[in-house]
Design a protein around this ligand. Structure first.
Ligand code: ATP
Ligand code: MG
Length: 421
């Protein structure tokens, strides 16, 4: 096919993988590594999971995997996918397919022995590369050239491919974010813009999962920009429409400059209005996880930072809001300030102030209020709602003292209060 090889890839010489490929390859059958693993290796990027395409039928895949001493789990039996677990390492093994019919979401598949057909039903040319057990690369759709050019291109006619599965619109921008360069393919872009209404037919879980993967790319800002340009972003996250996406560029720049770990949720927050009711509505609509919803809601509810906030006030805010939410607020405020600082030297001072606040928030240890209900009872207060009320008042006084009142001072005030009631 080509002289291209990935023989040097460390993961390829994994004994378990070689044993599995050997078992699948016996006789007239043929198995190859497919998709992401080949693509990422050629790009010099990490390979996380390994997908295998094979001519063996699912039943035969199970038989051979078990004969080799591995576990075979029929994770997607109807589509021909068997997960083979070899000494704890999972491999997704899928029988070659030829789609015979599609209805926009579900493909009716037939098993085949034709590598060209199997390549043709994949989404993008760079996702349809194969490699055999020796690392020899097979390119049946022009994927190598596109990979070299960082050109994300649909296999076949873009509109037709999107009508088969509207998720491919989001996958187009996701893979562009990760592997594309320059301008996205014009045909693909036009097709995405024209067919964006089909996104409404997808399950929201698939939409959010794709969006999160896009937001995890090293630099998703151009993909986001093109998503907005085509109306795709507004179709799935209308909240971004009026608010704008201008923060994405300085956020990624600041991540790099200050060594922040990229966080998909922070990037998402950067293009969302921090209004609690709208955030709640969005979280419900996209069915964000409980933890994701809590994070975004707490972010929306946290106070808008300012470089003029005193350390005392900041400590109070940190006491009253989740640390993660405060850090998100502070980081996005710093990003906005750095964006302005590029034009105005005065703003640099504000940005230094916010950076110091972020350090404070990062190392913040929430102090524990030194009094408990029992303390008031032992001062002779009657059990009841009053105890909680007095505790709350004392806690407020303690927070107001910048957490400096100690236990004995608080007990003194408690005594006065207990006496007075
Ligand atoms: P990664 O796992 O790094 O996100 P990947 O290329 O492995 O990238 P997957 O979503 O795991 O992507 O899919 C594996 C392969 O299956 C893809 O490379 C592609 O060839 C094919 N594929 C997956 N989803 C689709 C789809 N919706 N339409 C067509 N082909 C698809
Ligand atoms: Mg994969």
């Amino acid at each position: 096919m080509t002289n291209t090889t990935i023989a040097d890839a460390a993961w390829l010489s994994d004994k378990r993988l070689q044993v599995l490929l050997g078992a699948l390859n016996e006789g007239e059958e043929e198995a190859r590594i497919a998709g992401g693993a080949v693509r990422n290796t050629l790009l010099g990027q990490d390979v996380t999971d390994i997908d295998i395409a094979t001519t063996t039928t699912p039943d035969e895949t199970i038989r051979r995997a078990e004969a080799a001493g591995f576990k075979a789990i029929p994770t997607g039996y109807e589509h021909g996918t068997i997960t083979v677990v070899a000494d704890g390492k999972p491999f997704e093994v899928t029988t070659l397919r030829a789609d015979v019919e599609t209805n926009g979401r579900h493909a009716v598949v037939a098993f085949g022995r034709d590598w060209q057909q199997d390549a043709n039903r994949r989404d993008f040319t760079i996702n349809a590369l194969y490699a055999d057990a020796e690392g020899k690369v097979y390119d049946l759709v022009g994927g190598l050239k596109d990979l070299e050019d960082r050109n994300l291109r649909f296999i076949g006619e873009a509109e037709e491919r999107i009508r088969e599965d509207y998720l491919r619109i989001l996958r187009f921008f996701r893979f562009f974010a990760w592997y594309g360069a320059g301008r996205p393919d014009a045909q693909g872009l036009k097709a995405c813009a024209r067919l964006k209404d089909g996104l409404g037919s997808l399950s929201v879980e698939r939409v959010w999962s794709e969006l999160k993967k896009l937001l995890s790319a090293p630099d998703p800002h151009r993909a986001i920009l093109w998503m907005r340009q085509t109306g795709v972003l507004t179709a799935i996250v209308p909240e971004t429409e009026k608010w704008g996406i201008d923060s994405m560029v300085p956020l990624v720049e600041t991540e790099k400059a200050l060594g922040w770990e990229p966080q998909p949720l922070l990037r998402f927050a950067a293009i969302l209005p921090p209004y609690p009711p709208r955030i709640e509505e969005l979280a419900k609509r996209l069915r964000l996880s409980r933890a994701e919803t809590a994070t975004l809601s707490a972010w929306a509810e946290a106070p808008q930072p300012s470089h003029e906030t005193s350390d005392k006030d900041l400590r109070q805010q940190l006491y009253n809001h989740p640390q993660e939410a405060m850090l998100m607020r502070l980081r996005l405020a710093l990003v906005a300030t750095r964006q302005r600082a590029m034009q105005d030297a005065e703003v640099l001072k504000e940005s230094a102030g916010l950076q110091r606040q972020i350090e404070m928030a990062e190392t913040y240890q929430r102090p524990v209020f030194p009094l408990k209900g029992e303390d008031l009872l032992s001062l002779g207060m009657e059990p009841g709602r009053q105890v909680g009320e007095v505790l709350r008042q004392l806690e407020e006084r303690w927070v107001d003292s910048d957490f400096s009142l100690d236990r004995s001072a608080l007990l003194e005030s408690a005594k006065a209060k207990a006496g007075g009631t």
